[in-house]
Ligand binder design. Structure first.
Ligand SMILES: [Zn+2]
Ligand SMILES: [Zn+2]
Length: 109
């Protein structure tokens, strides 16, 4: 199961994300991309339109102000031929997205 937390993206951070990535559009709200978890930081994908092998993420914890962070893509793909890539970032907590059997959806971008 995907973490169900959503967060509004502050306008200033959306603007900064567009400037950093040249993405034409940043969603007004993002859902945490990790597998369901109760504690720790949540990570919503803003855009993977930035430098190769990286993506811009919104990181937040509880009711604290969210932060914009640039993270390297998770390099671990599912085993086997045509294994799916992981949609998360390097050294993330929890499962790789392809380990989450509840969801077949491709990475959002
Ligand atoms: Zn979360
Ligand atoms: Zn991963």
């Amino acid at each position: 199961m995907r973490c169900a937390r959503w967060r509004w993206v502050p306008l200033a951070l959306a603007r900064e994300a567009r400037e950093k990535s040249a993405a034409p559009y940043i969603d007004g709200a993002v859902q945490c991309q990790l597998s369901a978890h109760d504690e720790g930081e949540h990570f919503g994908l803003l855009t993977d339109n930035g430098a190769y092998g990286t993506a811009l993420w919104l990181r937040w914890r509880g009711a604290d102000e969210p932060e914009l962070v640039v993270l390297s893509d998770c390099p671990v793909a599912a085993p086997g031929r045509d294994g799916d890539g992981c949609c998360l970032f390097a050294d993330h907590a929890k499962q790789h997205t392809w380990e989450d059997t509840h969801e077949e959806a491709p990475c959002t971008s």
